[in-house]
Design a protein. Structure first.
Length: 201
């Protein structure tokens, strides 16, 4: 007779999945309350990538056999655009923008604090632009339609302000925690981080 799993074991498997999907690097810059959001976004990115790859494959096959499904292009565009913007948002939380990370991590102490804050303020400005102008385009998108389904193009533009809001949320999270605890967590940056926190408070 197979041994039954204990309730703690059964209840623990979602946590193990979350631990694999949620990046633990720079843990001091993250609030645990947002870990579930990062996990959901990572799962969503995986599904969008799978959907994009599948629809491209079916589009190629149906065109090859001479019976194209025209609506597949719309679905592929939707997967592609949402994948880009949702991916940009989750990359902000995971600090996976390689160029910006390489610039800041080459510094230590006060220069590191200044570079990290400046970079994130620029990202925050870009996020606000995505929210504002993305929302304006979203509203205008109801007057244009995608062919052949006649779906308002606003269904695509909605990804822009959503991504902007998420990027802004994760950037604020990193700014607050970085100023409180330091960005590289050596002794000097922790001290400078405390000074930064006192200035902001």
């Amino acid at each position: 007779m197979p041994a039954s799993r204990s309730p703690s074991t059964v209840a623990g498997w979602p946590m193990r999945i979350a631990e694999k999907l949620v990046l633990q690097r720079q843990r001091h810059l993250k609030w645990r309350a947002f870990d579930i959001l990062e996990m959901i976004l990572m799962i969503l990115c995986g599904l969008l990538l799978l959907g994009f790859s599948t629809t491209v494959m079916f589009d190629i096959v149906t065109r090859t056999i001479g019976h194209p499904w025209l609506w597949l292009q719309e679905v592929t565009q939707t997967f592609f655009i949402y994948g880009i913007f949702i991916g940009a948002a989750v990359a902000t939380r995971r600090n996976d923008h390689l160029f910006l990370t390489a610039v800041s991590e080459a510094l230590h102490g006060t220069p590191r604090i200044v570079a990290e804050i400046v970079i994130r303020l620029v990202v925050l400005g870009v996020a606000f632009c995505l929210v504002y102008f993305g929302y304006m385009n979203f509203l205008r998108g109801f007057s244009s339609f995608r062919m052949p389904s006649l779906t308002p193009i606003a269904s695509l533009y909605a990804a822009i302000p959503i991504a902007g809001a998420l990027i802004a949320l994760f950037t604020v999270e990193q700014l607050v925690n970085g100023c409180r605890k330091g960005f590289d967590q050596d002794r000097k940056s922790v001290r400078v981080g405390k000074e930064c926190r006192s200035r902001w408070s």
